[in-house]
Design a protein around this ligand. Structure first.
Ligand SMILES: *Cc1c(COP(=O)(O)O)cnc(C)c1O
Length: 373
């Protein structure tokens, strides 16, 4: 029997683990210890020290903390991309705020600037100014940042950049994670680098960083006093040790995932009606965290592909089901043209791990080839 090919699996090499072992031996295994600040400095180095990083226990808590940093609370409205993972929107609900969903544009599958502005204008008409905008760099593909930032600046509404999937991706030579007033990264097991679970909040200055650390450590002021409602969101010293090692191979992981993309390009190029998601121009540089295809060929339908891949123990996944259509979010305001419904109907994510082997690629190729007959 074949072993299963996963969509995106963790990638450690055994020499990554020496540091982890030393950390365990030191017994500094809680949310205090030298690795945390060291991991943060290494993240800041990736961004040429233009940003401050706060290491946290997940990407989801990083988004929640970003909303807290912007003082989002009950009754506020927050604009959110609809074509994304539920973790992008749920923290809005944790705050008691209300999400307003924006459709994606066709070139990057991320927030459409036209629908964004339509929504803002519409809410301003009734004096309800949205408090923040959460934009995603979905599957590693950077959003249309020039247009989105222009709108954010003009209407003076801050952006939270969810670049959980886009560490290492670039738009016009600038790294994803540097576009939002606050940005977040995820180091969950399925992301491009991982600390098993984990995340980071990226902010602009030291003052912000200090406040975020304070909020993420129960808002503790002295040994027995607490300043406000805080959170237990700090990354542990053990996981930070994994992060330090993983950061060293980030560039290698990006190369490997981009290499997967090149291979998929040749695998699907002669499949009629099947298109691989690509960078729309040289402005976009994706880490290709996941490779995605859209099929317009009824003989190679999404469900036929899922059936066939599943039969061969290969994990594939539909593209995001639009959030505004999820049962628990139904009735939310939505601005768009239903493009994400088409993406869900016709799209599929393909195995894209950085440790995908040639043999595994051949198995994936065999499934595609069976549709050519
Ligand atoms: C993974 C992910 C998150 C959440 O990160 P966790 O570390 O799993 O909490 C948020 N947004 C997107 C788009 C993600 O893919």
């Amino acid at each position: 029997m074949y072993s299963k090919i996963w969509l995106s699996k963790p990638h450690f090499e055994t020499d990554d683990l020496d540091y982890f072992k030393t950390t365990m031996e030191s017994n500094w295994i809680s949310t205090v210890g030298p690795n945390i600040a060291s991991f943060e400095r290494s993240i800041e180095d990736v961004f040429n020290k233009n940003l401050k990083a706060v290491a946290l226990n997940s990407g989801t808590s990083a988004i929640h903390l970003a909303l807290k940093m912007l003082h989002i609370g009950a009754g506020d409205e927050v604009i959110c991309q609809t074509f994304t993972f539920c973790a992008t929107v749920n923290p809005i609900l944790y705050c008691g705020a209300t999400p307003i969903f924006i459709e994606s544009e066709q070139e990057t599958w991320n927030m459409c600037p036209v629908f964004l502005e339509e929504a803002i204008k519409d809410r301003l008409k009734i004096n309800k100014k949205p408090k923040a905008i959460i934009v995603v760099d979905s599957y590693g593909m950077p959003a249309k940042w020039d247009e989105l930032l222009e709108i954010s600046n003009r209407y003076e509404i801050p952006i939270i950049e969810d670049s959980a999937e886009a560490f290492g991706s670039e738009y016009k030579g600038r790294l994803c994670g540097s576009f939002g007033n606050y940005s977040i990264l995820s180091f969950n097991g399925n992301k491009i680098i991982t600390t098993s679970s984990g995340g980071a909040l990226l902010c602009k200055d030291e003052q912000d960083k200090e406040r975020a650390i304070y909020l993420s450590t129960q808002a503790k002021t002295t040994s027995s006093l607490y300043g406000e409602v805080g959170f237990n969101y700090r990354m542990s010293n053990v996981l930070a040790s994994l992060g330090i090692e993983q950061l060293k191979v980030l560039n290698k992981r990006i190369e490997q995932r981009r290499d997967n993309h090149t291979k998929y390009h040749s695998l699907v190029s002669d499949l009629k009606g099947v298109k691989l998601q690509q960078e729309n121009s040289s402005d976009f540089y994706s880490n290709f965290w996941l490779n995605c295809i859209i099929t317009n060929n009824p003989k190679i339908s999404k469900s036929a592909l899922i059936d066939e891949f599943t039969k061969h123990h290969i994990e594939v996944r539909p593209l995001w089901f639009p959030l505004h259509l999820q049962d628990y979010l139904k009735g939310s305001l939505y601005y768009g043209d239903n493009f994400s419904e088409t993406l869900f109907e016709k799209g599929l994510c393909l195995p894209s791990s950085s440790n995908l082997t040639n043999e595994e690629f051949n198995r994936i190729g065999d499934v595609f080839n069976s549709f050519k007959k």
